[in-house]
Design a protein. Structure first.
Length: 296
């Protein structure tokens, strides 16, 4: 009987100890905002992914701000696989990346299958840029798409009347012919945005503006060609980028990675994602874009 009591007592002690440890783990988990970590001397590399067209800068900026403030993060890999997109979104990402870099946090831009136009612009703020030899990059320039339905409407016997507050308020309207002064206005906007792109490349890549303009005529380059032109620093795969990021942080060893889980597409995204993109063509306002203008 005494032996059974001892076994029961030990079992109760073990159970209480287990519950105590579990309570500590749960408490620590809450205190670290849901991120459970254990002591680990390996370098910590955060990965921020820019995948697809650039139209919203907020998710990328939020991640860079978070990792910039996290002292446990030794360096950031900015993985880019994007053909570019909106001008302001691309510039906002570039500015945030540059700000984090200047704060002392090393950032390695790792270019994937394509990192062109706005995708390349975003990479300029990094400490170093690494590209695969076959990455499609470059496409430095600006494009404004102006659809015109006037011919079709005439065939259908339809008309569309704009009442405006000024002669340029409906410039770029798809329902009328583009006038010469409209074209001149859009060209001035494109030229100014192009100059901004050229200045950013010149400053970040330590190239003269004249040299940048020689290569920045909208053409695309492979990663190997981009390295020869001074547009990227080195060649390598994503696995190479992991180790290079550790070296940028002045550390060594196999890194541990942290990154946010990508949001899974909803049924709505799967059903209507392509429709939303197609509707952009029908938008009445033509927005300039840093975007690759060919399809693969």
């Amino acid at each position: 009987m005494t032996k059974q009591k001892n076994i029961l007592t030990l079992s109760l002690i073990a159970l209480v100890f287990f519950l105590f440890v579990l309570l500590l783990v749960i408490s620590y988990n809450f205190m670290t905002n849901g991120r459970l970590t254990f002591s680990d001397d390996r370098p910590t590399i955060a990965v921020v992914e820019l995948i697809g067209p650039i139209y919203d800068s907020k998710p990328i900026i939020r991640q860079f701000k978070k990792y910039a403030e996290d002292d446990a993060v030794d360096a950031i890999i900015f993985r880019i696989s994007s053909p570019g997109g909106g001008v302001s979104a691309s510039q906002e990402i570039y500015e945030e990346v540059r700000k984090v870099r200047n704060s002392g946090k090393p950032i390695l831009a790792s270019l994937g299958a394509v990192a062109a136009s706005g995708g390349y612009y975003a990479a300029l703020g990094a400490t170093k840029i690494m590209s695969n030899p076959g990455t499609v990059t470059g496409s430095i320039g600006v494009i404004v798409g102006l659809p015109n339905y006037e011919g079709l409407m005439n065939k259908l016997g339809l008309s569309y009347v704009n009442i405006t507050s000024g002669p340029h308020k409906d410039s770029g309207s798809p329902y009328r012919e583009l006038k010469e002064d409209d074209r001149e206005m859009f060209q001035n906007v494109v030229d100014d945005l192009y100059d901004q792109f050229v200045k950013a490349v010149s400053s970040e890549r330590n190239l003269s503006e004249d040299r940048v303009r020689e290569v920045a005529d909208g053409r695309i380059y492979t990663g190997s060609q981009a390295k020869e032109l001074g547009l990227v620093d080195t060649l390598g795969s994503y696995e190479d980028a992991l180790q290079y990021a550790v070296e940028l942080a002045g550390l060594s060893g196999k890194p541990k990675l942290i990154k946010e889980r990508r949001k899974q597409p909803t049924i709505f995204d799967l059903l209507f994602g392509d429709i939303r993109n197609a509707l952009r063509v029908l938008e009445p306002i033509a927005l300039p874009e840093y975007k690759l203008s060919i399809n693969f």
